[in-house]
Design a protein around this ligand. Structure first.
Ligand code: ADP
Length: 382
């Protein structure tokens, strides 16, 4: 086990695409870290540089205390699990799992009996001990994925690297396997770096998540901190479903305090935000409201504001319902409200907004969250 450290790591592919741009990350020993972001943001390239499958153009990569930039993949003591499993089709499950150990048996000083013990132990851990004689083609997708993980476990590596390992599985199995991977990592305590484009997978798996865009780390923090204190509008929009609503408007002065004028309603802002917003008074800004920040009835306690809306569509989800709505000034808003409350399409009503939970961003797709550090808490941009 080991920490993994990237310092100003950059990758420019031949042809000039800068896939990874000065990424610095300190991944702690035993940590489960998830690289997440839209397709093409550079997460696989980052992982492949750690694995040694791509050479870094500049910057350093350390595994433990050792700089590994020039160390070939096989000598980095890491195990990688891919989306396509990459199992040997002609070998049994047992042989697939034992293969890399047999190859390096002398180097690792392992007896055949020790290899056998490792393979069987890993198989039990993954619940595939009854499948050891089967060939990969006689396995389901989930079972193949377990074999691929088993093959990584037996090597007892310094770190596991996972590249979208669950994307080929159906939705139900994906949820099961991700819980299993999390349990396994807790048990083995092996430093794990996991790549996914799925923000929900990232939120549920990571001790910390690293949100990337265009090769640049936007935020690196525990999942809840990223959710509650996104550093910018990109991160705010990427994490959470349905995504955060963004209302265009202005910060205005009202009754000795500040308010957000969204064009049709003026929403008083709580005093806790005045310090961070004072310098933006009279400026065009963007108000961020999570879907569950809306409610049909006044939320208990706390400051709330009323927003006049027209309901266009209601999607019942059982205990909750998603309400798609507009104001004269805002084109598309979605609120997630209590499922038992009656709201119908075409209805005009006042929605309440829990103003303790709103965010205020500078304009633009990458607008900085000027309220991310409210209450003295530090949002960590990496
Ligand atoms: P992600 O894993 O986030 O989808 P990648 O790391 O695969 O992103 O890719 C990052 C960027 O680098 C993309 O613009 C992609 O097109 C480009 N890229 C990836 N691999 C290569 C390659 N071998 N040659 C040139 N460009 C590449």
């Amino acid at each position: 086990m080991a920490c993994v450290t990237l310092t100003d790591t950059t990758k420019v592919y031949p042809g000039g695409v800068k896939a990874v741009d000065r990424v610095s990350l300190a991944i702690a020993d035993e940590e489960f870290i998830v690289l997440v972001g839209p397709s093409g943001c550079g997460k696989s390239t980052t992982l492949r540089m750690i694995a040694g499958l791509e050479e870094a153009t500049s910057g350093t990569i350390r595994i433990g205390d050792r700089v590994v930039n020039d160390v070939p993949p096989k000598d980095r003591d890491i195990a990688m699990v891919f989306q396509n499993y990459a199992l040997y089709p002609h070998m049994s499950v047992y042989k697939n799992m034992a293969f890399s150990l047999h190859l390096r048996r002398r180097e690792l000083g392992l007896s055949k009996a020790e290899i056998d013990r490792k393979v069987r132990e890993a198989a039990v851990m993954l619940g595939i001990e009854g499948l050891l004689d089967r060939k990969p083609k006689a396995l389901s997708g989930g079972q193949r994925q377990r074999v691929a993980v088993g093959r990584a476990i037996v090597r007892n590596p310094k770190a596991f690297l996972f590249d979208e390992p669950l994307s080929n599985l159906d939705a139900k199995l994906r949820v099961e396997m991700r819980a299993e991977l999390k349990r396994l990592q807790r048990r083995l305590r092996t430093t794990t770096i996991y790549v996914t484009h799925d923000q929900e997978e990232a939120m549920t798996l990571g001790d910390r998540i690293v949100v990337m865009k265009d090769g640049v780390v936007q935020q690196c923090a525990p999942p809840l901190e990223v959710y509650d204190r996104p550093v910018n509008r990109f991160v705010a929009a990427f994490v959470g479903t349905p995504p955060m609503n963004f209302l265009n408007g202005r910060i205005v002065r009202q009754n000795g305090g500040l308010a957000f004028d969204e064009g049709t309603s003026v929403l008083p802002l709580p005093t806790s935000l005045v310090r961070s917003l004072e310098r933006h008074a009279d400026q065009a800004m963007v108000l961020g409201v999570r879907p569950d920040g809306f409610s049909v009835e006044a939320p208990p306690g706390g400051p709330h504001a009323r927003l006049g809306v027209k309901v266009n569509l209601v999607e019942p989800l059982g205990d909750r319902k998603d309400v798609y709505m507009t104001t004269a000034a805002q084109k598309a808003l979605v609120g997630r409200v209590d499922g038992r409350i009656s709201v119908v399409e075409g209805q005009e009503l006042h929605m309440f907004i829990d103003m303790n939970r709103v965010h205020v961003f500078e304009p633009g797709e990458m607008g900085v969250n000027v309220t991310a550090t409210r209450g003295g808490a530090q949002a960590s941009a990496n």
